[in-house]
Ligand binder design. Structure first.
Ligand code: ADP
Ligand code: MG
Length: 686
């Protein structure tokens, strides 16, 4: 393909600084340049009479220099007076070269562009852009683009490079006629328009990306993204996985029988969706999402039971040791009575114990292996890994998911993959970045939960909060008290957990107050958690180590200090540690003013809703998709042009077209992906 080859401008033996800067911006192929769109435009297509200038508005005037002199008032400056038929304008330069003074000598005709200020002494422009012209120098025929550039890349150089890239790029229509939404221009027309809009163009429509030319681009981009996801999905469907089918009366049924509760309707439904996937000889790639406390663990255990019943092993990986340990205890409690062997592998399991666990996994003797990132280390071998479960999947990267899948490569089979997350993916994101993922949603909480009431206080009310806690604790309540940092940092004045622990111990004299933070040894952490779980401890002062998954149903009060320092998803996760039992729960957010705007919207969202989906939607609003995705990025390139909120209709159109294009015009689909994603498309399939 021509657009994949030559780099502009003509190749030289060694690259100049601007060329390197262009590469850094990803401007390598002609098509990359053609797709490098202006940030804004300058209007050099018209001349405004000096008398018609408005205060603070950019404009271009043309006139003849009346005089030009260096003045030494408070500071040295160059003052140039320019005159046209309607009036005079003063140009003021606070920094200037002698050459400029020469350039603007009397009687020279100048075209001047800048923002006018109309003051007591008349009209002036400070540091305008000045060009020497003749009386017949033509005006620009189109608006002048201003591109995203960098310090090493002068605007003028980039403008030339883009113009020639645009001229050279192969912009022939790839899409067959009739498939592009009506009213959109061709790609070539759209790009020409956006790089060089006519004088009549609405700067507003351009700036707000509402112009049909913009829509065409967004559609193209969304389509390429949908196509690449669809391809990845189809390629995965060609892989082979062991078909895992639980036997009637098998392990999963036995597990259901020993559970101390009935599954909710939602849990039953998702468990069936997962079981159907497992029974197929294609690898499952499913996300199980459900709000905090919705009961994902038991669904995971049921999936594990099916896999094990079918004669395969299951690995369950959690992002923190505390969470892994909690899963381990819970699963042992459920599964060992059924005769299963559960192994436990984390960074802190060492020496002989570790050796034993590794052997149990490698021999297949341990049907279930639970642990942290340690589970994917090379040394950990499985005899027959059939199912990998990743809890709180957004805490893991693509590489780690791939590593888990590769654990079965020796047999030329892929294991099934079940990912779990309490942070739901908003619909538009699910349709784009996670199009290659099947999603099961638990949309119902187990019965008997009472809603959590959230209250927001400033730091000055801390005393009242402590008083309330004293009363609650005397009444048998259990409390989490969350602090943001472990140790006092000189730069950030945060109350540290240790200090808070000492204070609360004194303030709540007679009640057991424990401390949990990331610098403690795993054994100490486990001991503290055990005390809190058993009810022997009333208050647990903790850092965010308790953020994910910790489950102590009796805890009903959560205090988060410096709540303004946490992200929305994190606050929601933390709050999810309470409201797990029948007791009415309260979450208190203490903040230190002043609050930033985003800080305000986060606390407001927390106070207004406990619905994880609503929280995720607002989080996306506050942060935008780029940050929202964070480490969840599935390796997909963030969209450059389309806005998932605003462009949902275009997304729907692209999503509908993608399968049709791939089936009926596979070659066009290929070219579309290559044009937009270049070499990144390959990575998506990895
Ligand atoms: P999460 O989805 O946040 O991982 P968990 O799996 O930790 O939630 O479940 C939260 C709590 O609810 C646990 O104590 C669990 O045993 C309990 N639970 C799960 N399902 C049910 C149910 N159907 N009925 C009653 N309690 C349940
Ligand atoms: Mg969980």
């Amino acid at each position: 393909m021509p657009e994949a080859s030559a780099a502009p401008p003509p190749a030289k033996p060694s690259k100049s600084a601007p060329q390197k800067a262009m590469e850094k911006l990803g401007l390598v192929r002609d098509i990359d340049l053609a797709l490098h769109l202006p940030l804004r435009y300058e209007d050099e297509t018209r001349i405004t009479p000096i008398a018609a200038l408005h205060d603070n508005e950019p404009a271009q005037v043309e006139g003849v220099v009346v005089d030009c002199q260096v003045e030494l008032r408070s500071r040295r400056q160059l003052l140039v007076r320019v005159k046209d038929d309607s009036g005079t304008l003063l140009l003021r330069f606070l920094h200037f070269y002698p050459s400029q003074q020469k350039q603007m000598s009397a009687a020279t005709r100048l075209r001047v562009r800048g923002e006018a200020r109309i003051g007591f002494f008349g009209r002036e422009m400070v540091h305008p852009v000045v060009k020497v012209v003749d009386d017949d120098t033509p005006l620009a025929a189109s608006l002048t683009p201003v591109y995203p550039a960098s310090a090493q890349l002068p605007q003028a150089y980039l403008r030339k490079a883009v113009a020639s890239g645009l001229a050279r790029a192969d912009l022939r229509e790839i899409l067959p006629p009739g498939v592009v939404p009506r009213g959109l221009p061709s790609l070539k027309d759209a790009l020409n328009y956006l790089h060089h809009p006519p004088p009549s163009a609405s700067q507003e429509a351009l700036h707000e990306h509402h112009h049909p030319a913009w829509h065409r681009l967004k559609f193209e981009e969304l389509l390429a993204q949908q196509l690449s996801q669809l391809q990845a999905q189809r390629e995965r469907a060609r892989l082979v996985a062991p078909a895992l089918q639980g036997r009637p009366g098998g392990l999963h049924e036995k597990l259901l029988a020993v559970l101390p509760f009935q599954l909710t309707g939602a849990q039953q439904r998702v468990a069936e969706e997962i079981a159907r996937d497992l029974a197929r000889p294609q690898p499952m790639h499913r996300l199980l999402q459900g709000d905090v406390g919705s009961g994902k663990t038991v669904v995971a255990a049921l999936a594990a039971a099916v896999a094990i019943d079918a004669g395969w092993q299951c690995a369950l990986m959690a992002p923190t040791e505390i969470l892994a340990e909690q899963h381990f205890r819970k699963l042992i409690g459920w599964l060992e009575p059924l005769g299963l062997r559960v192994a436990w592998i984390t960074g802190s399991v060492k020496g002989k114990a570790r050796q034993k666990m590794l052997e149990a996994a490698a021999s297949g003797e341990a049907q279930l292996v639970v642990g942290t990132h340690a589970v994917i280390e090379d040394k950990v071998k499985f005899a027959k890994l059939g199912l990998a479960i990743i809890d709180e999947q957004h805490r893991f990267g693509v590489a780690q998911r791939l590593a888990l899948r590769n654990k079965l490569k020796a047999m030329d089979l892929e294991p099934h993959l079940l990912m779990m997350s309490a942070t739901p993916i908003p619909r538009t994101l699910a349709m784009t970045y996670f199009a290659d993922l099947d999603v099961s949603t638990i949309d119902e909480l187990p019965p008997g939960r009472s809603p959590i009431v959230t209250k927001v206080f400033t730091e000055s009310k801390r005393h009242d909060v402590v008083d309330k806690i004293r009363m609650a604790v005397a009444d048998g309540a259990q409390v989490y008290w969350v602090c943001p940092l472990v140790e006092e940092s000189e730069a950030i004045d945060l109350r540290n957990a240790t200090e808070t622990h000492a204070e609360l111990s004194a303030e709540l004299d007679g009640h057991a107050v424990g401390l949990l933070h990331g610098r403690m040894s795993p054994a100490d952490k486990a001991a503290v958690m055990a005390q809190f779980s058993s009810g022997a401890m009333s208050v647990l002062v903790a850092t965010t180590v308790i953020e994910v998954g910790v489950d102590v149903p009796n805890a009903s009060l959560m205090v988060i200090e410096h709540a303004e320092r946490f992200g929305l998803a994190q606050l929601h996760q933390l709050r999810g540690r309470v409201g797990r039992g029948a007791k009415a729960s309260v979450c208190v957010l203490i903040y230190t003013p002043p609050l930033s705007d985003t800080g305000k919207s986060r606390l407001k969202a927390m106070a207004e809703t406990t619905d994880g989906f609503e929280i995720a939607r607002r989080d996306l609003d506050i942060r935008g998709p780029g940050e929202f995705m964070g480490s969840r990025q599935s390796g997909a390139e963030l969209l450059r042009f389309a806005d998932l909120q605003e462009d949902a209709p275009l997304l729907v159109a692209a999503r509908e077209l993608a399968p049709r294009l791939l089936d009926e015009h596979p070659e066009a689909a290929q070219r579309q992906v290559a044009r937009w994603l270049g070499t990144k498309a390959e990575f998506l399939k990895a």
